[in-house]
Every structure is written in C-alpha cells, then in structure tokens.
Design a protein. Structure first.
Length: 382
C-alpha cells in the first residue's frame, strides 16, 4: 500500500485526475522520496514506540466519507489542489489530527506509537512534518508553482489547470460496488492477457467485512509457475471505482507494470517483507500451520524467509533453511530464506512483475502452486 502523504491527503482524487498537469504537480519521484523519508522517520520513532511506516496513513476518514471532523486534512487538501506546498505547521496539524483519529477509531488495536502521550506524539510528528515539508520544497516541479506561480515553467496548459482545479468539486469517495469491482477485475485480467498470460485465477474475498480481490496470473491453468500476483484491497477498489475505460486501464497498468514497487532495499525493507510474505501465502496456502503464518526477516543479514509448505521435503544441510517456531506450537517449522542478491532482483519492477519473480523462486524450490488444482471462478468477460 502507498503511504506517501500526497496520496493520503488527496486520496482518490489523485488517481482520478490523470491529466498532465496533475502528474507534473505530484510526480512519482516525489511520492517515492516521501515514502523513503517516512520509512526513515518511522525507524527512528520506533526506538521509543513502534510504528510501521504505513500505519499513520492507513485510514483517511470514517466509512461514510464525512470529512466535517477533519478540518486539518481539508486544509491540506485545499493547499495541494491549489498547487501550493503546505507549511510545516499545516502538515503537523494534519498528521496530529490523523494520529488522534486512528487512536480514537481503533482503540486498543493500535500500534504502540498511537498509545504515546499527546505531547510525545506531537514531538515526533513535528519531526516528520519538517522532513515532508523540506522534501517537497526540494522537488523542483512542486516548488516552482509555489514560489513563482508561472505556468510555463511547469509546462501546464491553462486548460489542464482548469481540469486540475475542477477536482475540488468532486464529491466524497465513490463506492466499490459489485459492478465497479467487476470492471476493475476485467480490466486487470485484460492487461494480463495482453502480456501473454492466458490464465488468471480470480478470487473475491471478504475479510473482516472488507472486500478484497486476489488475481493470480499464469501462462497456463497449472500456474507452473505463476507469472504474477495482485491483491487489490478495499482501499484500492474504492480508489479505482471512480475510473473508467482507458483511464482505469492506464491506472492499473501503472501499478501492475509501470511504477517500481521497490526502489531501494533498505528504504523499502518493511514493505518488501510484507510483500514477499503475502505472495508466498497466496500462492502456497499450505504454508500455514494450524492457521498460523509467519515471516522471518533479518535486516542485518538482508534475508527474508517464509515457511515451507507442509509435506515438502527439505535438505537439512541447506544453509538457506532456518528452523523456527510458528504460532503457539512448540514444533519447529522450516523457513526458506531469500538472500540479498534475490531481493535486489525485485527493485525497479512493478507490483505484478515483482510478485511473478517471487513466484518463480518459490516454484523452483517447491514446485507448482496448489492453486493450479483449485476450481476457478469464471473470469470476467473481456
């Protein structure tokens, strides 16, 4: 999941507006730089109270889309849609409002950072606000309209700017109803077909009252190996529900194949750990032990491991295998570890292609995914 503050503030509006002016105002390079800033900040803040870098940006507003209780977020949104860089204090007020919202909404389920006292949390968020503000000011394309307001210097036409400001009239979040989910699924499957992946396993899930679509691509129904995996959670379904036709296809293609999911090993470490674990669990559900799944991550060794599927023969002398406890059982479970040179292969790949690379590693070790024997839902017609 993306956790840059630009995407968080502007929300689905950012994806809906696929005109040149918007892309120039909020370039992908800036958003990736901001993610790296947040990961470094989270690492430092976690020395006092743990926080995953994405946690602060996981929830925007209540389910009904009512933003009346989010005045600081509304101010941030207005500034960005005016092509202006919010001040450090505006970022701070928006982030502290978000911290308070998550703390109130999630109660005891929050990460330790959200259990800090308000003064301590505000102090950490002040540091984050400074980093976000400084990074935005260093970005040429975002700083130019803020400093000089000359359209020719950012190559935005007047017509594009009118489209950009028209975004303010867009209502609250669209609904990811069944029709929208089918449109999104159909568009993603079609993109896979265009890559030469003739088969796609489509799984519509609902977990904790949240909708999710899982897509497993392959050149055959045996998925030997799978060529890509994509998990679309309710947040992204809602974002893409506002898009149609070529705009939807373009947005999906960017996520699936265009925009690098990971740009640096250490900068993207936490995200990569979750991604590899999720991909392995999707492709090999027999990795679970009594409902438990785990990930072994050694940042010092730069290795990430996943549990070996039940019944898989292992070489006890293989130094890539680590025996570990999983869940509440005392039984030791073998974990297969991927090393630095493999993890570096994921850098620069889009989401689906990165998952395809992980799928290839797993196939070479464990053979075909058991999903190849699963009865598939009929794919949406394309």
């Amino acid at each position: 999941m993306s956790f840059d503050p630009i995407t968080w503030v502007v929300g689905f509006i950012l994806t809906k507006a696929t005109n040149q002016g918007l892309e120039l105002a909020f370039p992908q390079t800036l958003r990736r730089d901001l993610e790296r800033e947040i990961e470094m900040w989270a690492s430092s803040a976690s020395e006092m109270a743990y926080i995953h870098p994405a946690a602060l940006f996981s929830v925007v507003s209540p389910d009904d889309g009512d933003m009346t209780d989010r005045p600081a977020l509304e101010r941030l949104r207005g500034q960005l849609l005016d092509l202006a860089i919010p001040t450090k204090n505006e970022w701070l007020e928006g982030l502290f409002e978000q911290w308070s919202f998550i703390r109130r909404e999630l109660g005891e389920d929050v990460q330790p950072f959200f259990r800090l006292g308000a003064d301590d949390a505000r102090s950490h968020l002040s540091t984050l606000s400074e980093r976000i503000y400084r990074r935005c000011c260093q970005d040429e394309k975002m700083a130019l309209p803020h400093v000089v307001q000359e359209l020719d210097k950012i190559k935005v036409t007047l017509d594009e700017l009118r489209q950009f400001h028209a975004l303010k009239a867009i209502p609250s979040q669209p609904i990811a109803d069944d029709a929208a989910i089918q449109d999104i699924t159909r568009a993603a499957v079609k993109l896979g077909l265009q890559k030469g992946w003739s088969d796609c396993l489509v799984m519509h899930l609902e977990i904790a009252a949240k909708k999710k679509v899982q897509l497993v691509f392959g050149r055959s129904a045996a998925f030997a190996p799978a060529t890509g995996v994509m998990e679309i959670d309710e947040e992204r379904l809602t974002i893409w529900a506002s898009l149609h036709g070529e705009v939807l296809s373009s947005a999906l293609a960017g996520t699936m194949f265009g925009i690098p999911l990971f740009t640096g090993l250490m900068e993207s470490w936490n995200s990569m750990v979750e991604f590899i674990g999720s991909t392995a669990r999707t492709l090999y559900p027999n990795c679970l032990r009594n409902g438990w799944f785990g990930i072994s991550a050694r940042v010092d060794l730069q290795t990430i491991g996943v549990p070996v599927p039940i019944g898989t023969k292992i070489d006890q002398g293989d130094d890539r295998i680590t025996m570990m406890k999983l869940g509440n059982s005392e039984e030791l479970v073998p974990f297969l570890n991927f090393r630095t040179h493999q993890l570096n292969e994921l850098l620069g790949l889009g989401e689906v292609e990165a998952a395809g690379r992980v799928a290839e590693w797993l196939f070479l070790e464990w053979g075909p995914s058991p999903l190849g024997t699963r009865k598939k839902e009929p794919p949406p017609s394309t």
